[in-house]
Design a binder for this molecule. Structure first.
Ligand code: TRP
Length: 328
């Protein structure tokens, strides 16, 4: 059975290796099997008051990157959130199912309010309601989410459930987290500290030029080498091997594994090879990103087509919800 899948991304930066080998590779599989909606959450990003020109550019950048990675507008519905006004309407209606006490207790809200006490706006408070709307507007079965978004998905289920029981209907599906399980590859950062991320400042971006990639890999954390054979690798070295297992051939990985186990590891050689293989793996994507970005007409066409498809699905939902709630 085809399932409905919804996923959104805020237009706040570029995609990095971690995004690609993590979520994106799975999105490519999902678009073959399911009814997928992938959208750019530009309304969500407004909580931080981004510069309007920057926001517009970022929306197109992310879209170009999505397409360059292989998301296919013929298979999935790819759209910009603010093109679908039905989302704003459902957001208003769902706000009636969301209680202030719960919203104030949301982890992401408390975090952001603490970090930025001068900008605790109502949009930030009701961020989870807007996210619930994104999901319920297409009556999604599954939402691929990371740990930091799990609470938002739980709130989505609460609103859906509340709506259903208040209006004596089973209209809204209660969406479940899409679990990639074993298949989710986690790409570590180059600084030895856990995950690759844009806020961590340890990322290699898909748009990075070869020179930039070489520079970043060269700077990756290592040490003065091992002295004993067959030692376990420290985390920051294991991280380099993890990336290598994704971008390099099995021979290359074996070669450096052998070096390590013989206590003959040469980090200079390893980094040179790793940079080369990252460049090789990402070059076609980088070329595609630049080609697509240069073709504004094509991008606009994709945006319009996606908006039409998303609106079709959204307007069906909103019509039903209006009727159930007794509004016109
Ligand atoms: N809140 C998500 C994030 O910051 C982005 C997002 C908005 C989203 N709406 C969504 C993700 C709907 C999944 C489904 O990463």
């Amino acid at each position: 059975m085809k399932k409905t899948v919804v996923s959104g991304i805020r237009p706040t930066g570029n995609l990095h290796l971690g995004n690609y080998y993590g979520a994106m590779v799975n999105f490519l599989k999902m678009q073959e099997e399911h009814r997928c909606f992938f959208f750019i959450a530009d309304w969500h990003s407004l909580t931080t008051h981004p510069d309007p020109k920057m926001l517009k550019t970022n929306v197109k950048n992310i879209l170009a990157e999505y397409l360059a990675c292989g998301l296919d507008p013929k298979k999935a519905t790819i759209y910009v959130q603010s093109d679908v006004k039905e989302i704003a309407e459902l957001y208003l209606l769902l706000n009636m199912q969301a209680y202030l006490g719960e919203l104030e207790k949301t982890v992401s809200f408390k975090d952001k309010a603490r970090k930025n006490p001068s900008n605790v706006n109502a949009g930030l408070l009701t961020y989870p309601v807007l996210m619930a709307t994104d999901i319920l507007i297409h009556n999604a079965d599954f939402v691929p989410v990371g740990k930091d978004q799990e609470q938002h998905l739980e709130m989505t289920r609460n609103y859906a459930q509340r709506f259903n029981s208040r209006y004596e209907t089973d209209f809204f599906t209660l969406p479940q987290p899409f679990n990639f399980g074993q298949e989710l590859i986690k790409i570590p950062g180059l600084d030895g500290s856990g995950k690759m991320g844009k806020s961590e400042g340890n990322a290699i971006y898909l748009i990075d030029e070869p020179k930039e990639i070489e520079k970043k890999v060269k700077r990756a954390l290592t040490d003065s080498g091992v002295t004993e054979p067959n030692q376990p690798k420290p985390d920051y070295i294991e991280n380099l091997f993890t990336i290598m297992r994704v971008v390099s051939t099995a021979d290359v990985v074996e070669h450096f594994d052998r070096q390590w186990n013989r206590a003959e590891i040469r980090y200079g050689e390893l980094k040179k090879q790793l940079a080369e293989d990252i460049i090789k793996a990402t070059a076609p994507i980088r070329t595609a990103i630049n080609d697509i970005k240069a073709n504004d007409e094509y991008l606009n066409h994709i945006i319009d087509e996606g908006a039409d498809k998303a609106r079709q699905s959204a307007s069906k939902t909103i019509r039903e919800v209006r009727q159930l709630m007794g509004v016109r």
